[in-house]
Design a binder for this molecule. Structure first.
Ligand SMILES: C[S@@+](CC[C@H](N)C(=O)[O-])C[C@H]1O[C@@H](n2cnc3c(N)ncnc32)[C@H](O)[C@@H]1O
Length: 257
């Protein structure tokens, strides 16, 4: 069960540091934005907008952008951007009303949601035609980190990401019966996030609020020592530390049948 209060407070506590540390996240969002850069839209919603990292770009080719996030602190950061055609809503994207949005954009947020609820609600509230532009990590993401943590005796820190098959199942159930999705493209992309030192590697996870659940205990002294030793060992052997992000991009128009 997804604990949304935990997600909101955890991301909220990183609202000010997120943009400085979200390196791979910015590349993933840029590639997604690239897919729609030659189109124009009236009304866009950016789901799980974080501190507004994509609002400036979206505001260029959309008449109006509604930035949506669970976290009040993230929403406050978007307000600070002071963009005239961007408004901010603190809301759960699983139950958002998609009516009147011709662009539905989301980068790196849907992995925190119940996708069945999200697509059920989308198919019930979206207009006859709308353009989906979604990217989120799936299984295989952060495998390196998960492996290192397992060696240190730390379990369940990495998100239990959806598999491509699970997402195909959700699309088959909630989109295929109701929409023409022949112009919708679903692609898997792989990004490697590389670091030359331990601190930057760990900060790339802990400074953006991407901790998996609310039941985690703090690391013990032994776990920290083991983590440190393992990271040093990998650095000495291969010269860098990496994390893989397997990203699913869902891009294109859906049209009611
Ligand atoms: C990893 S950040 C992504 C930020 C930004 N979209 C980007 O491209 O870097 C994920 C954001 O999604 C938000 N989020 C997670 N679950 C959500 C939900 N159910 N409803 C609204 N926002 C949610 C979090 O609060 C967080 O700000």
């Amino acid at each position: 069960m997804i604990n949304q209060d935990f997600i909101a407070s955890h991301f909220g506590s990183k609202a000010e540091s997120y943009s400085s540390y979200a390196r791979v996240q910015q590349i993933i969002a840029k590639d997604l934005l690239q897919k729609i850069s030659e189109l124009t839209f009236h009304n866009c919603c950016d789901l799980g907008c974080g501190p507004g990292v994509n609002e400036q770009a979206l505001a260029v080719f959309c008449n109006h952008v509604v930035a949506v996030d669970l976290s009040a602190q993230m929403c406050a950061q978007v307000e600070l951007l002071n963009l005239s055609n961007v408004s901010v809503v603190q809301e759960n994207i699983e139950s958002f009303n998609f009516r009147n949005f011709d662009l539905i954009f989301s980068s790196l947020a849907l992995q925190w949601c119940d996708l069945s609820k999200f697509f059920y609600n989308l198919s019930n509230s979206v207009d006859d035609e709308s353009y989906l532009t979604l990217a989120f990590p799936i299984k295989g993401t952060l495998n390196e980190l998960e492996h290192i943590l397992q060696i240190c005796g730390v379990e369940n820190r990495v998100n239990n990401f959806y598999s491509k098959n699970e997402i195909d199942g959700v699309i088959d159930r909630f989109l295929v019966p109701y929409f023409d999705i022949s112009r919708l493209q679903v692609n898997e992309l792989q990004y490697l996030d590389k670091y030359n030192d331990k601190e930057s590697y760990l900060n790339s996870i802990r400074k953006i609020g991407a901790t998996s659940n609310d039941t985690n205990k703090p690391f013990s002294k032994t776990q920290y020592r083991l983590l440190n030793e393992n990271l040093t060992d990998i650095l000495n052997k291969q010269g860098y530390l990496t994390n893989t992000y397997n990203i699913l991009q869902i891009v294109g128009k859906i049209k009611k049948l």
